[in-house]
Ligand binder design. Structure first.
Ligand code: FBP
Length: 262
């Protein structure tokens, strides 16, 4: 059995990661819509919603806040990450080790790979080290598989996303987090290419309740195993309401209308 099958990262085989590494990746601009979202305590509270199977954060946030929520929140350690101040070819610094993440109480790890970047080789080698250290500890591995870099003008082309999902399978990830490729047919191809690696959709910038839930529903119907979402939850005044809707779609296989009424 692979560690993911027995992990709280999944519920009935499905995944709903609340991503909260935006303070590093994008900076304070992501907290402007809902100022209290800048406070990690607020988002840890949101992550106690039963639909959330894990909260993904960087080391500093985990160190400072996770001890207060260890009973109620499952921690995903996002090991690498870079600020938006970095203007070079896409790359991501490894900010903490699997050993340290385990010590803090993480159940699983997350790692970004920018396939197609001039730094892909180093990133893949860093992923190998993290992956094997995670395997020693039975910690599931989620790859943020984001083709991006000099040669890739449109990182959302369906064929590119399918390649990103395949790359996650080939390198050993349990879960591939990819951008939605634009249509259910394209998502089916992505899921097929990922084989036994679960595919989850990346939330993206905030949209209306209906538009967001319809896209998640389309991805799930195309074989996705869930979602990793940040802004579409914490940039809402009532994050619990959208999580109620997501719970319906992801875990109950409900319609969008049912989810909107939840
Ligand atoms: P969102 O749902 O807000 O898109 O968050 C998912 C995520 O992968 C975060 O973990 C990360 O901070 C962000 O998107 C990175 O987005 P990008 O690199 O596309 O700007």
């Amino acid at each position: 059995m692979r560690p993911i099958d027995d992990s709280p990262l999944t519920r009935d085989g499905k995944v709903l990661i609340l991503a909260y590494d935006h303070g590093l990746e994008h900076g304070p601009v992501d907290f402007e819509a809902v100022p209290e979202s800048a406070d990690p305590e607020h988002v840890f509270e949101v992550a106690t919603h039963p639909a959330v199977t894990s909260l993904a954060v960087q080391k500093g946030v985990a160190e400072a806040y996770y001890p207060d929520y260890a009973e109620d929140v499952t921690l995903l350690a996002k090991l690498n990450g870079t600020s938006n101040l970095w203007m070079g070819e896409p790359d991501s610094a490894v900010n903490w080790s699997v050993e340290y993440a385990d010590e803090i109480g993480a159940d699983s790890i997350g790692f970004t790979l920018y396939g197609g970047s001039n730094h892909e080789i180093e990133m893949a080698e860093e992923f190998r080290d993290a992956h094997e250290a995670a395997r020693e500890r039975d910690m599931p591995v989620v790859m943020w598989s984001y083709p991006r870099g000099q040669g890739l003008k449109n990182d959302k082309k369906p064929g590119t996303i399918a390649y990103a999902a395949r790359q996650a399978l080939e390198l050993g990830a349990d879960v591939a987090k990819v951008k939605y490729p634009g249509s259910p047919e394209a998502m089916e191809e992505v899921v097929e290419m990922a084989g036994r690696t679960k595919v989850i959709m990346s939330g993206g910038s905030k949209t209306s309740d209906r538009e967001f839930l319809e896209t998640v529903k389309a991805a799930m119907d195309a074989g996705a195993s869930g979602l990793a979402v940040g802004r579409n939850v914490f940039q809402r005044e009532n994050p619990e309401a959208i999580l109620d809707g997501l719970e319906e779609i992801i875990f109950e296989e409900s319609s969008v209308e049912t989810a909107l009424a939840a």
